[in-house]
Design a protein around this ligand. Structure first.
Ligand SMILES: Cc1cc2nc3c(=O)[nH]c(=O)nc-3n(C[C@H](O)[C@H](O)[C@H](O)COP(=O)(O)OP(=O)(O)OC[C@H]3O[C@@H](n4cnc5c(N)ncnc54)[C@H](O)[C@@H]3O)c2cc1C
Length: 482
């Protein structure tokens, strides 16, 4: 579907309140104001915009919440907007990462020549055998799960050496306790043949302009969100940060008003439409008395948390690589990035930052650990991986994300459907974004959802529900790029 800007309402129009100023909320504000809607406010709990896609400085180095790239796979309307908003600040950069497989470093994304040279011979032979024997392999028995889909599609070698330990780390669950959806959303190459095709597309002569590359804003990933915020502000959108939503009033099947609290006190506002991008669990708790089964489903459905560790080193650069991926179970971190390498920044001199992603839920021991101790552990893990820190370490600081990934366990679909069906039935409310639709997606998908939502709203603030259903079917086909 396409989302062309139009002018649905002049001047004032319906009162629309957006919950959350992450990419989804910001893109909705931007698209609404561009379409001519005049009475829009965005309510955000945090002091700044950008959600999980924001950026901030650590000792002068611009850092993101873990490795963030803007993927060229973004749909054309989204890509065109981001290019227009950032202009020359949007860099097209070669991907230059490494993954540790079988104790060796392999370029990531995989490159044919490099993989043939570096993969342990036994490992490569098993991969080829898995592919050749695929038609003869017996399909796994029992209920379908992430584990059975991967095993049947890719075979035991890559499943057991890469995907299974990686998802155990990311979700804290065994692969047979995770739903098929995770494989559909996260694994874009479902067979060894497809992985080989991907590698072939990276060969000179066969690759297009963006193969093996990613877009990255000169000022950090958060510059995309900041540009949307600035544009929306210029056109009159009101942003209210550090504002707590305390209640959404419901009159029958219609949401009618929102209650908030900020430094200035409490406030009640009526709205024609509320666009929510906050976690669906939090949203459900805020609405007047959901049915019992919806409340129970919202209590049971889970998000995975993550601690981001930022280790400040006194050197210009630690390695030449943008990211290192660690599927192996011997260390609890899943990935490490060096933010300066994403934009090829040379400043500030004499200092760089390493960012480790440590999947972990509130309540787990890591969650409570002081930064200094986490920094020492981080250095220990790097030493174990053959990347010892031999330069002076200034300090370690952390950020904790409560809502890093939706957990697609075997029961999530029923629980999500219960909450989603109820929310879909409420007039005056439209829910989207990663946290709202429990969607394991990229930033460009959050933008696309917001543009789709705005395309369904008329000049009175009413939602074309049939059109929204069609967009929802399209969103269900989004596949995550890593
Ligand atoms: C480690 C990691 C790496 C990633 N890497 C990439 C990548 O390389 N490329 C990519 O495209 N995407 C990546 N993503 C995904 C990307 O971060 C998300 O797709 C994107 O941020 C989703 O935007 P959103 O607005 O839907 O949600 P969010 O970014 O989560 O924003 C939600 C907003 O709602 C606010 N909020 C929550 N509760 C309330 C409340 N009660 N009241 C008011 N406000 C509230 C939050 O503070 C936040 O600002 C990554 C994600 C993670 C966790």
């Amino acid at each position: 579907m396409t989302h062309e800007p139009d002018s649905k309402t002049a001047g004032d129009g319906p009162r629309i309140i957006i919950l959350g100023a992450g990419p989804a909320g910001l893109a909705a504000a931007h698209a609404l104001s561009r379409a001519g809607y005049g009475r829009i406010s965005v309510v955000e709990r945090a002091p700044v915009a950008g959600g999980n896609s924001g950026s901030f400085e650590v000792e002068g180095v611009t850092c993101d919440f873990g490795s963030h790239r803007f993927h060229p796979a973004a749909e054309p309307a989204v890509m065109a907007d981001v290019k227009a908003l950032l202009g020359d600040d949007l860099l097209l950069r070669p991907r230059h990462g490494r993954i540790r497989l079988g104790g060796r470093w392999i370029h990531f994304p995989l490159k044919l020549g490099d993989a043939m040279l570096r993969l342990p011979k036994g490992f490569a032979a098993s991969l080829i055998a898995d592919s050749a024997l695929k038609p003869l392999r017996r399909k796994t028995n029992g209920p379908r799960s992430f584990s059975s889909v991967l095993y049947d599609g890719l075979g035991p070698t890559i499943s057991e050496s890469f995907y299974f330990p990686y998802v155990r780390k990311l979700w804290g669950l065994d692969p047979d306790k995770l739903a098929v959806t995770l494989a559909e959303r996260r694994v874009s190459s479902g067979s060894v043949g497809k992985i080989l095709m991907k590698m072939l597309r990276l060969l000179p002569g066969l690759r297009n302009e963006t193969a093996g590359r990613f877009y990255y804003p000169r000022g950090g990933f958060g510059q995309v969100s900041q540009a949307m915020l600035d544009r929306a502000r210029e056109t009159g959108v009101e942003f209210r940060f550090e504002t707590e939503i305390t209640r959404l009033e419901r009159d029958g099947e219609r949401i009618t008003a929102i209650h908030t609290r900020d430094g200035a006190g409490e406030r009640r506002e009526e709205a024609d439409l509320i666009l929510s991008t906050i976690p669906l669990t939090a949203l459900t708790r805020l609405i007047d008395t959901p049915p019992q089964d919806v409340t129970e489903a919202a209590r049971a459905i889970r998000f995975r948390g993550m601690i981001l560790l930022y280790l400040v080193l006194e050197t210009d650069r630690f390695t030449e690589f943008d990211a290192h991926y660690f599927p192996e179970p011997s260390v609890p971190i899943s990935r490490m990035s060096e933010p300066k390498n994403y934009s090829a920044a040379t400043e500030p001199r004499g200092v760089t930052v390493l960012c480790a992603e440590l999947p972990c839920d509130p309540g787990e021991p890591w969650w409570e650990m002081p930064d200094e101790e986490l920094g020492e552990r981080f250095q220990g893990w790097l030493g174990d991986l053959g990347l010892p820190v031999t330069v002076p370490v200034r300090r370690c600081e952390t950020r904790r994300l409560g809502y890093a990934y939706p957990v697609y366990d075997l029961d999530y679909q029923d629980r999500f459907a219960k909450i989603d069906d109820w929310l879909l039935g409420l007039d005056g409310l439209l829910v989207f974004g990663r946290q709202g639709l429990f969607a394991h997606d990229n930033t460009h998908h959050a933008f696309a959802m917001a543009y789709g939502a705005v395309d369904c709203i008329d000049g009175e603030g009413r939602v074309d529900r049939a059109k929204w259903d069609r967009y929802r079917a399209e969103f269900a086909t989004h596949t995550v790029e890593d």
